[in-house]
Design a binder for this molecule. Structure first.
Ligand SMILES: Nc1nc2c(c(=O)[nH]1)N[C@H]1C(S)=C(S)[C@@H](COP(=O)(O)OP(=O)(O)OC[C@H]3O[C@@H](n4cnc5c(=O)[nH]c(N)nc54)[C@H](O)[C@@H]3O)O[C@H]1N2
Ligand SMILES: Nc1nc2c(c(=O)[nH]1)N[C@H]1C(S)=C(S)[C@@H](COP(=O)(O)OP(=O)(O)OC[C@H]3O[C@@H](n4cnc5c(=O)[nH]c(N)nc54)[C@H](O)[C@@H]3O)O[C@H]1N2
Ligand SMILES: [Mo]
Length: 739
């Protein structure tokens, strides 16, 4: 039997449940998940036991990791200390439980390695020797260095580097940009993640945002194309399962046999980077066999005749040869896709981190229009939904502070080149000051050996602002303590779902740590900037960003969120009116704009590192190494958390037994994995998950926590992808040999 105090926790959460029935959330919860997760033990932090004596409070957070699920968390705080972190049982997506990482948040916050006060470098760069200083000294040093840099080299010699440490609207997308706009630093093109797929979809549909993932429950077929839901997006699997309970089919198309593939009706395993050929082959069959939706195509699309011509160049036998997928499998899929409606096609981001990624997504995106599922209930496609959200970005980031000034842009995927003067812009005007926050590029960005060389430059002034001493932090001149999301105010938009969630602090910032807002606003004042916008509180910034004249957001206020913690925004059914914001207003099978750079319909462009395109490189490095997400890490976060580290003490390389045997490699062996960019050691796992010639290793371990000192991005390429400067982590040829 649970103790009385624990019941109190249960009761408190139940009373929340009752409180929120006004918005129908709990009813929905019961209706959609079919299980109640309100027992405290289900969500309690391991080892935390029952509620302790003292003043108990429950605070609500929006998990700000770069994750589709954006869970609402509830932290139990006893006498000012977090005792447990659970998932909000009333939120239909979170449904009471965080993921494996979310369960460790108490350990994240109270980790003995948290940076708790400012420090300056006391040894060589990278040596990891530090001396404690005061915030005053830290601010004075940065203000002096940045002002000197501006007067000697111009403001563009300063490069801010940040991405996805937290996805808070205020702490990531808002407050820091006010500072960068004011100071006139170089602009960082934040292109590491998903921009090629965005563009691929925009050419076809005019936008990349689409349906509500909770509509999975209404579909008759869910197609997972280049996604591993068991790693990224575990909270959406329940909606897929509900659809399956109602008889829906499941198809997985992935270079790797994912956990969901093992229970799919059909699993299709194309070679890396060949999905455009697969999609065009399927289009060819749908057209040739008259299986496409003629009415839909006639009414809502442009360029069908061009598509017919292009698809004719992709007969199924040729497609089978390019993709490695058997002819019969391609035929069965085309038939199943034509017959099973409505269907939802989920398109992943990892797939577009290839040199041809934008064109692959473009080709795939043509299929839902051919079978006419777009705009139907339980049908369509889904990628990323961020552009649905409306907020006042002028209030948030204050671009007016930049005046008429134009600053150069540096693509974050080329950080190594930028720091080493290998870009035209930086050869002429070197980067002299680098401020890293919300990011750990020495682990997570491509070609890290080159980044390391840049960070070693004696004439580069580097500030790293992070809760932990990351790989990148080791190279800082100044290391500053960042607070975690449990210690500041913010709010978040889901990037897949339809929820807006308030983040309230559970506790005061630990030690002398500060939120991003507090750091940048105080630094602005130290730099002598008197603008009022640097005096606003986080809540002021939240409120300002919500001043938007759009019916979608009419009920969204800070006060409403304070009361409800999260709100679902009714964005309607995407494309139900069959109007598309493309130049023609139709779905464009033929895109004039795309035709300025690529085939205007679609095309299979072989990967830049492949047998077809670079046979000499392939002869040296014949293994195609992918680095997808794994459940236990979130990019480079959590690797240093004890409970996670115990689960994944070292990174593995998953390879097929054919490749292992050819190299006399046994399961569990330590191997060298290398190419011209670098060399690392990994532990082998032999598995049928991958086909011969393909291997995977999870993203992103810390270099310094890996035996042998090297993680995946010592091997990856900083060549930009086909569309919008995307990263190409997955186009990566290597060789593997016994260490
Ligand atoms: N090989 C390979 N590498 C990849 C990828 C891949 O597919 N393969 N994927 C890439 C993708 S998609 C992405 S999005 C990038 C992301 O890469 P990054 O932008 O580097 O994101 P994270 O690795 O999550 O690191 C974020 C850092 O922010 C810190 N942090 C957390 N909260 C806060 C805060 O409130 N304030 C401050 N100041 N710091 C905070 C964390 O401690 C952590 O050190 O990684 C990329 N790396
Ligand atoms: N647990 C966890 N969750 C995460 C993250 C994490 O690191 N860990 N990262 C977050 C971030 S920043 C992002 S952007 C998203 C990324 O989430 P996803 O879109 O799921 O991206 P990835 O995990 O990089 O890769 C997804 C799948 O693409 C497959 N793939 C790679 N190349 C090809 C190809 O050429 N063809 C096909 N068909 N499949 C291919 C891989 O096998 C992999 O299963 O997830 C977010 N969620
Ligand atoms: Mo990402």
């Amino acid at each position: 039997m649970k103790g009385e105090k624990e019941n109190k926790f249960l009761l408190s959460r139940r009373s929340f449940l009752v409180g929120s029935t006004a918005m129908g959330a709990s009813m929905f919860l019961l209706g959609t998940t079919g299980c109640s997760t309100t027992t405290p033990s289900s969500g309690a932090t391991p080892g935390s036991g029952a509620v302790q004596a003292g003043k108990v409070e429950y605070t609500y957070q929006a998990c700000p990791r770069n994750c589709h699920d954006t869970c609402t968390l509830i932290s139990e705080v006893v006498d000012g200390k977090i005792t447990r972190v659970v998932g909000d049982p009333t939120n239909p997506i979170t449904a009471g439980t965080p993921c494996v990482k979310g369960h460790t948040y108490k350990s994240v916050v109270y980790h003995p390695d948290r940076i708790l006060y400012p420090m300056k470098r006391a040894g060589k760069k990278g040596e990891g020797k530090w001396e404690r200083i005061s915030w005053d000294e830290a601010y004075e040093t940065i203000a002096k260095k940045l002002n000197e840099t501006i007067s000697e080299h111009g403001s563009e010699a300063i490069l801010p580097y940040s991405y996805s440490g937290n996805l808070g609207i205020v702490q990531n997308y808002g407050a820091p940009f006010r500072f960068w706009n004011k100071i006139g630093a170089s602009n960082l093109a934040r292109k590491i993640c998903n921009p090629a797929g965005d563009l691929g979809l925009i050419y076809t549909y005019g936008q990349y945002a689409s349906i509500d993932p909770e509509t999975y429950v209404k579909t008759k077929m869910y197609i997972s194309w280049g996604v591993n839901e068991a790693a990224t997006g575990v909270h959406f699997i329940k909606f897929i399962n509900q659809a399956r309970d109602n008889g829906a089919k499941l198809v997985v198309i992935n270079t790797v046999r994912t956990p969901l593939a093992s229970q799919a009706d059909m699993f299709i395993q194309p070679k890396p980077g060949t999905d455009a050929a697969l999609a065009l082959g399927v289009a060819n069959l749908l057209i040739k066999d008259g299986l496409y939706d003629k009415d839909f195509v006639d009414n809502y699309t442009l360029g069908f005749d061009d598509l017919v011509k292009k698809a004719n160049q992709y007969p199924v036998e040729k497609v089978s040869e390019i993709t490695g997928v058997p002819v019969e499998t391609i035929k069965s899929f085309a038939k199943l896709y034509a017959e099973t409606k409505p269907s939802i096609l989920r398109i992943g981001y990892g797939m577009q981190r290839h040199t041809n990624g934008g064109n692959m997504v473009r080709a795939i995106s043509l299929l839902p229009a051919l079978v006419g599922t777009v705009g139907t209930e339980g049908g369509g496609w889904i990628y990323m939904n961020t552009s649905h959200w409306k907020y006042n970005s002028a209030n948030l980031t204050r671009p007016d502070l930049a005046g008429d000034r134009k600053v150069r842009t540096i693509n974050m995927n080329e950080l190594g080149k930028a720091l080493n003067g290998q870009l035209k812009e930086t050869a002429e005007k070197p980067v002299k000051a680098l401020v890293v926050y919300n990011s750990n590029p020495l682990a997570s960005s491509p070609n890290t050996d080159l980044i390391k060389k840049g960070l070693e430059r004696e004439d580069l002034f580097t500030v790293v602002f992070d809760p932990f001493i990351t790989d990148t932090a080791d190279y800082a001149d100044l290391l500053l303590p960042a607070a975690t999301f449990m210690e500041y105010d913010d709010y978040n938009f889901d990037y897949l779902g339809r929820y807006i969630r308030l983040n309230t602090p559970a506790i005061e910032p630990l030690g002398e740590s500060k939120s991003n807002l507090q750091f940048f606003f105080e630094l602005a004042q130290k730099m002598g900037y008197t603008d009022d916008c640097f005096k606003e509180s986080p809540v002021d910034v939240i409120k300002g960003s919500m001043q938007v004249d759009d019916p979608l957001m009419k009920d969204v206020t800070y006060e409403a969120l304070q009361e409800k913690h999260w709100m679902k925004i009714d964005m309607g059914a995407t494309f139900a009116d069959h109007k598309f914001p493309t130049p023609s207003g139709k779905i464009e099978f033929f895109s004039k704009k795309l035709g300025e750079t690529f085939d205007p319909v679609a095309e299979h462009y072989p990967l830049l590192e492949s047998k077809e395109k670079t046979p000499e490189l392939f002869a040296k490095y014949p293994i195609h190494l992918l680095s997808p997400s794994i459940p236990q890490l979130l990019n480079s976060q959590f690797h240093n958390i004890p409970q996670i580290f115990e689960l994944i003490p070292e990174p593995t390389i998953v390879m097929n037994k054919v490749d292992a045997q050819a190299r006399n490699i046994a399961d569990g062996a330590t191997v060298d994995v290398y190419n011209d960019r670098g060399k690392i050691q990994l532990k082998v796992k032999i598995s049928e998950e991958v086909q011969p010639g393909v291997a995977t290793t999870g993203k992103v371990f810390w270099n310094k926590l890996v035996p042998g000192g090297g993680a995946i991005n010592r091997l990856t390429s900083d060549v930009l992808g086909d569309m919008d400067g995307v990263s190409t982590f997955n186009t990566n040829l290597v060789q593997v040999a016994m260490a």
